[in-house]
Design a binder for this molecule. Structure first.
Ligand code: H79
Length: 450
């Protein structure tokens, strides 16, 4: 009898424990569930665009706006607490007479980049294009009066470069961006506004961007994190984009696991899975194409006093490591208010392009390789070829873990000569003679047995 009771009690306890676990799991799922729930099935052209994107590997990020005039980055309005009444003086001083879309696109091409992502609107709300739903734009407020996005779109199309628009959810200038979020609190706006009107305005500008500039690569959203608990109506906005251009790739820098309706996932100033910059603490890698973005010095928008330029070697290593992490690299420049890209950037970009001209085979069209990223370097893969990228290694040979397939042959990318290797039960040993060492990345291509 006693036995029976304790058995019953045990059963009850198990049921209780199971119930609790289920409840906790449900609560966790609810917590993790993205705010967009509708089913999204990407159009075949979108799937194709994702493949193109992953093959492309390298893009140019451009932060350019009326803030460039002050030479203190794109956050200057917030950081220096400049109210709208004063900030509104900037566009009259924005006159990029030296802007040449041809030159920018040619530079991106010479660097080995396949796409450009430019700010159509940053957090200051200023439209760098001809917007009919606002006069806070380049046509209505600047002496330049030309639509730089249109000029760039035309040039990109002619040169076979895809164009993406960075568009800020967050807006420090629009009166209906209310209730306010965590930033832009010193703009001097009245404490009122209609959130749904702001969202209508954002959708109207996106419609312009998806209608007036030909086929575009996609939209790169940012600033969601300013109001993470707000209803951003993302479902409606993403649908608008995909209805107008099904192939357009939607990404959102919300630092979370991707939401439904998104087509790629980006990481700011970090390789996927890392959080050295502090923005990716809540980010979880999903199953979409990946991208990481980084600055050439420490600023996105033009910063006249920022001399902390990364070396060509550092930038190549970032590109290679991104590829080894199965991610694209979006490298940023902040052009000057006169429309030129500062010479310190141009030198590094051209050197990257020269390196890629010789070594692009091991980057473009690849995916992350069979050996996960290591301290010494990474692997990439294309078909039956595995590229071993040795970035930081002092010795004459390097050991890799055993691969799932046998190695048929190996060659050094430096001179195409046959590479020596030994397959052993402990791993794969590769010889690195001094004659094949590359100052940035010594690459060994392994042909695997099918
Ligand atoms: O466009 C570039 C930057 O201007 C933009 N993203 C890149 C691509 C960017 N905006 N903000 N940040 C990067 C980092 C912002 C961090 C903070 Fe916050 C905003 C710290 C405090 C307010 C987000 C919200 C993190 C904590 C609260």
């Amino acid at each position: 009898m006693k036995m029976k009771t304790s058995k019953c009690a045990l059963k009850a306890r198990i049921v209780l424990a199971l119930g609790l676990t289920m409840l906790m799991t449900l609560a966790m799922l609810a917590n993790l569930a993205p705010p967009v729930r509708a089913e999204y099935r990407p159009h075949p052209s979108n799937i194709e665009a994702r493949r193109w994107f992953q093959d492309a590997k390298f893009g140019l990020f451009v932060h350019w706006g009326t803030y460039s005039v002050l030479g203190d980055g794109e956050w200057v309005m917030n950081n220096r607490k400049i109210p709208i009444a004063a900030y509104d003086r900037l566009p009259a001083q924005f006159n990029p007479t030296e802007f040449d879309a041809k030159e920018w696109v040619a530079l991106a091409k010479a660097t080995g980049m396949k796409y450009i992502t430019i700010t159509s609107k940053h957090h200051d709300g200023f439209a760098m294009f001809d917007s009919k739903v606002s006069d806070w734009d380049i046509i209505d407020r600047t002496p330049y009066k030309k639509d730089v996005l249109k000029m760039l779109a035309d040039e990109c199309r002619a040169a076979g470069i895809k164009l993406f628009f960075y568009h800020s959810h967050l807006d420090w200038h629009h009166p209906d961006y209310f209730p306010r979020g965590r930033t832009g609190l010193d703009s001097g706006r009245a404490n009122k506004g209609e959130w749904s009107k702001y969202l209508d305005y954002m959708d109207a500008q996106l419609k312009e961007l998806l209608t007036n500039y030909g086929e575009i690569g996609g939209i790169w959203f940012d600033g969601w994190w300013d109001r993470p608990d707000a209803d951003w109506r993302l479902e409606q906005t993403y649908k608008l984009i995909h209805d107008l251009q099904p192939q357009a790739l939607v990404g959102n820098n919300h630092h979370r696991r991707p939401f439904a309706g998104e087509d790629f996932q980006m990481f700011e100033k970090d390789l996927p899975g890392k959080n050295t910059a502090g923005f990716s603490g809540d980010s979880v890698i999903g199953d979409l194409p990946l991208e990481t973005c980084e600055t050439m010095n420490n600023s996105w928008g033009f910063n006249i006093n920022d001399r902390k330029f990364k070396s060509t070697r550092e930038l190549i290593h970032y590109l290679v490591r991104a590829a080894g992490h199965n991610a694209n690299f979006l490298l940023n420049v902040g052009p000057m208010p006169n429309g030129q890209i500062q010479p310190e950037f141009v030198t590094q970009l051209r050197e990257m392009g020269q390196w890629l001209e010789k070594n692009g085979e091991a980057i473009y069209g690849t995916r992350g390789g069979p050996v996960t990223p290591r301290g010494w370097g990474v692997t990439t893969r294309k078909g039956n070829t595995v590229y071993v990228h040795v970035l930081d290694w002092a010795d004459e040979a390097i050991a890799l873990p055993r691969l799932a397939q046998r190695v048929k042959s190996a060659r050094y990318l430096k001179d195409g000569s046959k590479a020596d290797f030994i397959e052993h039960e402990y791993g794969l040993l590769l010889k690195i003679p001094s004659r094949v060492i590359d100052e940035h990345d010594t690459i060994i291509a392994l042909e695997l047995v099918q």
